[in-house]
Design a protein around this ligand. Structure first.
Ligand code: ADP
Length: 280
């Protein structure tokens, strides 16, 4: 079942920029879906449609099979289901302390003080930020800010979490902590939608991949299907995962007999190479 669906949506910014041109996007409940595209392709614009921050110029958006209606009550309903983590945590964090920031969302849901406290505690523990309650967010590192921003969304207990470039600007350890967290949340049933231009990460986590370029979805499928289409990937100013690129070079330039599809992860490449060299 699709928990988020856009049907032929188009979006134009007030200055006339046509940011989305007839986009059809689906996220199946309980899966991790990745939206891959170069800068300026329309990733953030599409995401802002998922909880009604932006309203399409034409077409419609369905959340949990219900069309977003854009009145106050309906938007409240949608935003409880769909939590968006912005690319830049400074756009998200605004309260004087971490505690107040994470408590802001659940407090606005009208929950009891005890329930809010419990949710904040759980959310901060979940992202490994317990003990930072009294700190001002602007004293945190990039990775810590990102984790607090995620905690603020978790405290709302959404069914769907949408993250715009969740690993951008983080060091490898910070990035892998975030991905592990997302992976675990997904295992517990949360639908996760992420945008990224980091093609190496996608095959590790994504069930389905969309490629967006100049406001249009130009490819969709599982990672294997999508990265098979090397021309489309390169035309969109993206690249193959490093591992697949290495295998492509070994095949084409060194004439090693690796058949396609190219492996996309270190694990797959290792199996293929071991298999190839076992008799050598
Ligand atoms: P991405 O997230 O893939 O980097 P965006 O969705 O931010 O792409 O941008 C898509 C297009 O819309 C780009 O051409 C960008 O310049 C334009 N755009 C984004 N925000 C605005 C805005 N507020 N006003 C006008 N144009 C915008």
């Amino acid at each position: 079942m699709n928990i988020i669906e856009t049907n032929n949506i188009t979006y134009r910014y007030p200055d006339g920029t046509e940011a989305l041109k007839t986009v059809n996007f689906e996220a199946e409940e309980g899966k991790i879906v990745a939206l891959l595209g170069p800068n300026g392709a329309g990733k953030s614009t599409l995401f802002l449609h998922f909880n009604g921050i932006l309203r399409p110029y034409s077409g419609n958006v369905l959340v949990d099979r219900e069309e977003i209606k854009y009145n106050k009550k309906d938007l409240m309903r949608v935003r409880q289901k769909v939590g968006i983590v912005f690319q830049n945590p400074d756009d998200q964090l605004f309260a004087p302390t971490v505690l107040e920031d994470v408590a802001f969302g659940p407090m606005n849901l009208g929950l009891s003080k005890e329930e809010v406290e419990m949710r904040v505690k759980e959310a901060l523990e979940r992202v490994g930020m317990e003990g930072f309650e009294k700190k001002p967010p602007h004293h945190l590192s990039g990775g810590q800010k990102k984790r607090v921003a995620i905690a603020g969304i978790l405290a709302m207990k959404p069914k769907i979490m949408v993250l715009d470039e969740p690993t951008s600007g983080l060091d490898p350890k910070g990035a892998s902590q975030i991905l592990k967290l997302l992976y675990n949340l997904n295992k517990e049933g949360m639908t996760i939608i992420i945008s990224t231009h980091d093609v190496d990460l996608v095959p590790l986590y994504a069930y389905k991949v969309y490629i967006i370029s100049e406001g249009e979805i130009i490819k969709e499928g599982n990672p294997q299907e999508v990265f098979e289409d090397v021309k489309t990937i390169r035309d969109a100013n993206l690249r193959l995962p490093r591992i697949a690129h290495l295998m492509e070079i070994l095949q084409k330039e060194d004439e090693l007999p690796f058949d396609r599809p190219y492996p996309l992860t270190i694990g797959e490449a290792r199996r293929k190479l071991k298999d190839h060299f076992k008799d050598v």
